[in-house]
Design a protein around this ligand. Sequence first.
Ligand code: ATP
Ligand code: MG
Length: 197
Amino acid sequence: MNETDAQHRERMQTLAAEMQAKTRAARTKRGLLIVHTGHGKGKTTAAFGMLARALAHGRRCAVLQFIKSGNDAVEKTLRGPQLEWRQVGDGFTWDTQDRAADIARGREGWALALGWLRDPAVQFIVLDELNVMLAYEYLPLDEVLAALRARPEGQHVVVTGRDAPPALVELADLVTEMRVVKHPFAAGVQAQAGIEF
Ligand code: ATP
Ligand code: MG
């Protein structure tokens, strides 16, 4: 064996040891803090996809929609004893007219979320549009981060919405940013059943 082969073997041994260490570490299971952010479509959709998976595995799940956007067909389909689904208020728009009312609804939603975040029986939580509530400073970031940090060990939480605060991104285990490549809205195509709701 020449020197190059020996060096190669050494490098491969190091690599194998690293991979084994990573695999061992990756065997650890724990609740994840997941953030879907960015300006492209798919943040809520991906969260609902995970929700369907969690329900399929018999997990107890809860969804809170901070910004209600009409009845979501997914709720009707996934409805059952393992799923609690709440929407706060009766509408919130980007050009909100009543800031105080939106803050009150946000607080109401956060109180519900806090109950789930303290309950180890709730295994999977979607906090839809929480990022937006935080970006608008409608909810105190420190309090939200503290509750997420203190939640039960096995509990998964998905937070969606544009403009996730950097401190939340820092705390999260899994962060995905949806980027717009194309959106049909730009071509004048309206929201459609089965695609947007
Ligand atoms: P979805 O709920 O479809 O997964 P989302 O959660 O990623 O979308 P939101 O910021 O919650 O996106 O926006 C909700 C609505 O706005 C959806 O109907 C979505 O199709 C639409 N939308 C998302 N991204 C864009 C965009 N870049 N341009 C126009 N409309 C968009
Ligand atoms: Mg959304």
